[in-house]
Design a protein around this ligand. Sequence first.
Ligand code: NAP
Length: 299
Amino acid sequence: MKRIGYIGLGIMGRPMAENLIKAGFELVVYNRTPAKTEPLIALGAAVASSPAELAGRVDAVCVNVTDTPDVEAVLFGERGVAQAEADKLNGLVVIDHSTIDPDATRRLAARLTELNVALLDAPVSGGDIGARNGTLSVMVGGERGAFDRCAAVLAAVGQTITHCGPSGAGQATKACNQVLVSTALLGVCEALALAQAEGLDLDTTIKVTSGGAAGSWQLAHLGPKIARRDFDPGFMVDLLNKDLNIVAHAAADHELPMAATALVAQLLREAAQHGRGRDGTQALATVIERRGGFEFGHD
Ligand code: NAP
């Protein structure tokens, strides 16, 4: 694995692609909006005009786009990866870092297998900070052999790299991850609302609670942003809504009640309805503010 293709240079894709260059891989990039390739070109990456052209030039293709239909489009759409010449596709590995539906992933993997292409579902957790620092947790599903062949590629973007099982297991693990993320985030919002109502200093509250049994990534990284009413993304409300739809489908398939997750999903939808969809997920706090009749950081 020497030449790597990267499709999707958004908040996550761009820094992850940069880390591949830093690790010494030759990179070929494609982005639907071409201007986003420029920072990568400045670091030495080559550009492809389509996913198909990109796939013909590399040993593995990383994909980091928004949702299930977007992954399907870059793989099987017009000028998609599957349109590359058959001999170029033979032995190719696609590493999909997008967060998408586990069942759809299994179907995409089966279609790629017919072209002698292996698909690893490899969604990540750790946010834009983890993407920049190369400290992501990467949860991988797919053939063990393909996973082993891609070890160096995955190690360049993440710190905790785990083979979770066959195709779809990475995405299923990520669905569990998003249950943990979203329910913890609601707890952070409510705890800080109570802290403010009690007249406590929010930064002090975050610091002391982070050091004990209540500590979490959500509290440590998003708590201070909520206290400052900094709602810049990070990870957008719309994307967490997408992920909780994936969770809801899986829960329905298994007839599993998931009351806490369903509640956060409702509140996040309310945030989106009030124009917060493209803000960071910490904008869940604005729903708590509106319902509580207060603003963080103000008496
Ligand atoms: P983003 O900044 O919105 O970037 C999305 C990327 O996908 C852009 O490069 C976009 O191209 C491309 N794209 C979307 N639909 C496409 C299509 N149909 N065809 C071709 N390209 C398409 O989103 P992000 O935050 O990087 O998230 C990417 C994935 O990582 C999502 O699945 C998300 O759930 C997951 N994720 C995000 C975070 C986070 O903290 N942000 C953390 C973990 C996982 P354009 O530039 O043309 O729009």
